[in-house]
Design a protein around this ligand. Sequence first.
Ligand SMILES: Cc1cc2nc3c(=O)[nH]c(=O)nc-3n(C[C@H](O)[C@H](O)[C@H](O)COP(=O)(O)OP(=O)(O)OC[C@H]3O[C@@H](n4cnc5c(N)ncnc54)[C@H](O)[C@@H]3O)c2cc1C
Length: 326
Amino acid sequence: MVPQWDFLDLLAGAAAEEPNFTLRMNTRVTGLRRNGDRVTGVRFLDENGAPGELGASLTVACDGRDSVVRQAAGLRQREFEVPMDVWQVRVDAPPSSQLRSSRGDPHADSLKGGRVFAHFGGGQVAVTMDRGTYFQTSYLIGKGRDAELRAHGIQWLRDQLGALFDWDDEVTGAIASWDDVKLLEVTFGRLRRWYRDGLLCIGDAAHTMSPVGGVGVNLALQDAVAAARILAEPLRRGTAGTADLARVQKRRQLPMTVVQRSQRAEHTMISSAPAGTLDGDRLPVPVRLLRRVPPLRTVTGYLGGIGIRPERAPAFARVSSGARSH
Ligand SMILES: Cc1cc2nc3c(=O)[nH]c(=O)nc-3n(C[C@H](O)[C@H](O)[C@H](O)COP(=O)(O)OP(=O)(O)OC[C@H]3O[C@@H](n4cnc5c(N)ncnc54)[C@H](O)[C@@H]3O)c2cc1C
């Protein structure tokens, strides 16, 4: 529920306390260095556009779904079909009289504090997230239909969101033009093998996640923690090889596969929403169960937030262990 930029700042701040960590902002990896088949680091363009090279005993591709590093290594994901793309817009925080829960009841107070609500209505699905002064809203559209739908006037989108969330024209009027509507293209797939000699892909670079369920960031982080835990010692000894990289994939394959299976099932459930034909009275059974049996939300919250194979930082990486010099 945390805004991504705050979370990234938190990570960068914590990492900066490590004596051997360097963060190079505005530096773009453009390709790989190699020695024969072995990856030995990256090529990059720095913040001034000047080319450079960085040698590494292990290169970790954590550059997301369009990973340049993955492509440069010749690794290709098997892609799965997805029914939707996402439009993202901001509106000013609506007055409390215009806040309601996804079940339709007035819910002003409990919406405060970064809560997220999915709304099913008029055959569609949208999610809005309370960011205090504004609401970040994601609206599902059919895959590849961005240009076609933008041919409607912007009032069309305002009306759709107004109907979904009970927002009046004053609230939706904050969407001044289509320039305020950002297209986020959804892709979904996975690598068969996450590594090559000297290179490991993790997160979306290894397995591109769909937004449904909001679990891709957690999986990526858990990959990173598992990789650090498994590889710290071999890297320190200078012996990290492909067998160690394979151990990382083996550790993370099951939770990734389970989450992607569940996302594929969720895609099927909501596939009629982008077409506007999702029947609000015949919502998928899991959605109806979640609405009727609130304790189930704790279970899904646990599965999304902690997952089936939680990762924990090893003792040597914890600030309180006093073992930072390890
Ligand atoms: C529309 C949409 C909405 C989503 N919503 C959610 C959600 O609410 N919750 C959730 O958990 N997941 C969500 N996901 C999935 C989630 O975004 C990913 O699973 C997650 O971000 C993967 O983390 P990552 O660290 O592997 O990659 P990313 O978060 O994509 O991070 C990659 C990083 O690499 C950097 N980078 C890229 N290329 C280069 C380069 N050449 N050189 C240097 N740096 C580079 C990027 O700037 C970025 O900082 C959503 C996905 C989509 C498409």
